[in-house]
Every structure is written in C-alpha cells, then in structure tokens.
Design a protein around this ligand. Structure first.
Ligand code: 3PY
Ligand code: MG
Length: 257
C-alpha cells in the first residue's frame, strides 16, 4: 500500500471543499463509521478526546479501509506524540495551540526526518514494520501533512510568520480556544472570532496554505460562512456531537408522539 498517495493533494486542494470527520470517543468503530460515510479525512483527537496514543494504529487501520486519510490531532506540540502518531500510520498531524513561528518550526521538526527535522528512524507501522523502510523514508518528509492549529489571538497576530515557517502545510481554526482567547469562551459566532477567522483565511490564500476549520457544531449557516471566508478544509462535527444530537432527537421524537 502506498500510504502517501495524494495525501497532500487531497488536503491542499484550495478550490474544492474537503470534508472530514473528528473523533473524540477513541474507539476505531467511530472512525470506521465516519470514513465509511464518505468523509475525505478523519481526525483522531488525542488532545481533548478519550483516545490514547496506543489507539492510533487501530484508528489508522479503520480509516484506511476506505478512500479516507487518517489525521491525528496530537495531545501537545512535542516530539514524542508527533513521532508516535506518524510511526503508527497517520497521514498527517494536527498540532494544537501553535502561537508563533518558533512553535510552528518545532512541530515541523518533530514530523520530519533529518536533515529537515529530528524525527527518529525505526521500523514501525507507518513503514509496514520495516518492510517498506527505504521507500517510506524517501517519501515521508514531503508527503506527510503538518497542520497547525490557530486558536488564539496571539496566533492570529502572528499568522504571517506561522504560515511562512518551512514545512507548515496549513492550519485548522480551533473556534473554542479562539473564542476563549478573546474573553468570550463559547461564542464561536461572535464578530471578533469571525474577523479573526477571516484574517487567517486571507493569509492562507496569500501563502498558498491549506485553510482548515473545525466546525464543532455544524449547521448550514456556519458551514456556508466558513466556505465564504475561504476555508476549504472543513472538519464537520464530532462523533460525540453526532451521538448526543441523535440520542436527543430520538427521545424528542417519542415525547412528541
Ligand atoms: C477548539 O475549538 O479550540 C478546538 O480545538 C476544536 O477542535
Ligand atoms: Mg482547541
């Protein structure tokens, strides 16, 4: 299997919205259901969800059954979580809370083999336990997606330097942290947050980087607004949100009968 086929192309297609799912439950069944439903990528959330690093291999196995890319939001911007996500087979990493060029460079270094970075060489799931070691090493640095999360006022102020950091392929907006950094936690539709998102989308266009947004509770208005702002990499909802909404709807249906 060619792990890298079209990875960056799919993620960086600027004119076509690329839609993804987001998993916090941490069981491969959630990821499998999302991938089967037709999302182009699915994210495993190791920052805020129940997922542990040890579950990344099963998550990737579940998603790779379909024409779908497994991405991992690592728990923090540190060498080992990033290395483990990639070694276990992720097509790309999403790194939370990147506020400046130095932090962006740190994330990139962790994801790249020397001389570009500090990723360690080994046999692992990503290179088919060593069977495709050389092929993997040859392709990894250019094929793996490094996406940083822009989720603070500081990051918005530093967006130009973050996007100019070598090896950063794109961004994801984290709307809840973003709203919190403006002192309006949870008001993800507040004009301050919308303006911040717009600044980020414009900068992504300028530097030809993927403009991504996690729309945690998607509806036709906020999805439409994100697309109009210029976001094309859209993670829609989460397994937890879908489950909570579905359960609520089922109960409401019975109450209204
Ligand atoms: C945020 O809203 O801060 C997120 O990280 C969503 O994934
Ligand atoms: Mg966040």
């Amino acid at each position: 299997m060619n792990w890298f086929e079209n990875t960056l192309e799919q993620i960086k297609k600027p004119s076509v919205p690329t839609l993804g799912g987001w998993c916090q439950i941490g069981h491969p069944a959630s990821a499998e259901i999302m991938a089967r439903a037709g999302f182009s990528f699915v994210v495993l959330d190791c920052e805020h969800g129940e997922a542990e690093d040890a579950g990344i291999g099963d998550f990737c196995r579940a998603v790779r059954q379909f024409d779908c890319l497994p991405l991992v939001r690592v728990k923090e911007n540190a060498v080992l979580p990033i290395r483990r996500a990639l070694d276990l087979g992720a097509a790309g990493i999403i790194v939370p809370l990147v506020n400046g060029a130095e932090e962006a460079a740190k994330a990139v270094a962790a994801a790249k083999y020397p001389p570009e970075g500090v990723r360690g060489f080994a046999f692992h799931r990503g290179n088919n336990w060593g069977v495709d070691f050389s092929e993997y090493v040859k392709n990894a640095n250019k094929a793996i997606a490094v996406i940083v999360m822009i989720e603070s006022r500081e990051a918005v102020e530093n967006i130009d330097e973050i996007l100019q950091a070598d090896g950063v392929d794109g961004v994801f907006i984290g709307p809840y942290d973003m709203s919190g950094s403006y002192g309006i936690a949870g008001q993800t539709d507040n004009p301050l947050v919308k303006e911040a998102c717009s600044t980020v989308a414009i900068a992504c266009k300028k530097y030809h980087k993927a403009a991504g947004a996690h729309i945690v509770i998607p509806n036709s208005e906020n999805v439409d607004s994100a697309v109009k702002q210029g976001f094309h990499l859209l993670a829609l909802g989460m397994d937890t949100v879908f489950l909570a909404n579905g359960a609520k709807q089922a109960l409401e249906m019975m109450q209204n009968d």
